[in-house]
Design a protein around this ligand. Structure first.
Ligand code: MG
Length: 203
């Protein structure tokens, strides 16, 4: 499986990192080794001094597809969760300055902890969903999918023009404003509405 991540999908987050508001979705990939499954806790990587959390809604693809039209995109998923797109912000900044790819900063082992998936039928409207991250019990970042620049169906339509989506692929749909540093011994909990779907420690 692969993990597709959307960047700069919330205006407030693009602004906080001094990035332009995109006219089309920005995406990048993480390998399956970025999953945290069976490898909890998350180990703070030695190559960064500024590891940021980015809490994001994650969509799981359940059907193979290429060139998916937006109006049919809803047929390609029926479960969502919440995840953390861990980012070595200092490393990413150096990559950006040199015009280099971001993978060192984004795609490292364990960089995509993802929670339990929930059928979308359990939510009233996935385009109006609150999600959040707590660090040591304190809410650090909170967003609502209604503030996405590109919604889930638009993302699927766009990405599938370039990359075939396969069963079991994840799409991280972008982070709202409020990214900040995590530290060793932090306890991280992520929620959709009031459902806690992901919980782990940083070691
Ligand atoms: Mg992100």
């Amino acid at each position: 499986m692969k993990i597709i991540c959307i960047g700069r999908n919330y205006i407030d987050h693009a602004k906080e990192l001094n990035n332009p508001i995109p006219k089309e979705p920005v995406f990048f990939l993480k390998p399956d080794t970025a999953l945290l499954q069976n490898r909890v806790p998350f180990i703070y990587p030695g190559f960064t001094k500024d590891l940021h959390h980015e809490v994001e809604i994650v969509v799981k693809i359940n059907k193979i597809g290429k060139h998916i039209e937006e109006r049919f995109a809803h047929k390609y998923y029926n479960e969502i969760s919440v995840g953390v797109d861990f980012t070595a912000r200092d490393v990413q900044q150096l990559c950006k300055e040199k015009g280099l790819p971001w993978e060192k900063a984004k795609a490292f082992d364990g960089s995509a902890p993802t929670g339990k998936f929930i059928p979308i039928s359990e939510f009233q409207d996935i385009n109006k969903l609150e999600f959040s991250i707590q660090i040591n019990g304190e809410t650090r970042q909170k967003g609502n999918t209604q503030d996405m620049i590109f919604n889930i169906n638009q993302i699927i339509a766009y990405v599938s023009q370039f990359v075939t989506l396969k069963i079991g692929d994840y799409i991280f749909t972008g982070t709202p404003a409020g990214v900040s540093s995590v530290k060793i011994d932090d306890k991280i909990d992520c929620f959709i509405e009031d459902k806690k779907l992901l919980s782990f420690n940083v070691k």
